[in-house]
Write a protein that binds this ligand. Structure first.
Ligand code: SF4
Length: 206
């Protein structure tokens, strides 16, 4: 829809507010890298560990050196030696694997919390991780909180349409049928809200 509106009217939103369903890596990459739209979206993140061991979020990504720093400041790199021919290191799952050095981990006091059953720590960084980081940074701002609040107001109207006005499915076929049905339901919803507001009378003064 965004691409269609952009093609037809040459406008696009500055930010997009959505739930976790929009927080997948390819979707965030599309918003950030392709469309230059701020993603006000919760990042879809399955890497968080349930126990108290370190998740990949506990590791700091260094943009300049393109490596991770572990909680005790040792590096995790995608390659520890130079190869004759340059390698992309991208796996079939569209990730790049970063590894710590065994010699760093063997004597590390944090090993039990980090890589108890392996001799070094591995982190799989998605190729779209930079876009996910943009969304994470936005999620920590007051603007994001305002976006969440605005989204809630819109979602409530859709929930009301579904539950109270029973628009849980469209009954008329085709695009124009759907447009008519939805427009009528929205008109009814607005009339109900208007009736409720007018029945309260004008605000008391003095
Ligand atoms: S075990 Fe290795 S990767 Fe983990 S914190 Fe220690 S040195 Fe860093």
């Amino acid at each position: 829809m965004i691409s269609r509106v952009e093609a037809q009217f040459d406008i696009k939103p500055e930010r997009l507010i959505g739930d976790t369903a929009y927080g997948t890596a390819p979707m965030l990459a599309w918003m950030v890298e392709e469309k230059d739209i701020e993603p006000h979206v919760t990042v879809w993140d399955k890497t968080e560990r349930k126990n108290d061991s370190f998740s990949s979020n506990d590791f700091h990504w260094d943009e300049e050196t393109e490596e991770y720093r572990c909680p005790v400041c040792n590096a995790l790199r995608s390659e520890w030696r130079a190869f004759k021919n340059e390698r992309s290191h991208v796996t079939k799952a569209n990730t790049i694997i970063f590894r710590s050095r065994q010699t760093d981990c063997v004597a590390c006091p944090m090993k039990a919390k980090c890589c108890l059953n392996t001799s070094f720590r591995k982190i799989a960084r998605g190729v779209h991780e930079a876009a996910r980081d943009v969304a994470r940074r936005i999620a920590a701002t007051p603007t994001y909180q305002r976006s969440r609040h605005e989204r809630k107001k819109v979602e409530m109207l859709f929930a009301h349409l579904k539950r109270i006005l029973k628009l849980d499915r469209l009954r008329v076929r085709g695009m124009s049928g759907a447009t008519d049905e939805f427009t009528l339901a929205a008109a009814v919803q607005n009339l109900r809200r208007l009736a409720k507001l007018t029945s309260q009378g004008p605000p008391l003064t003095g």
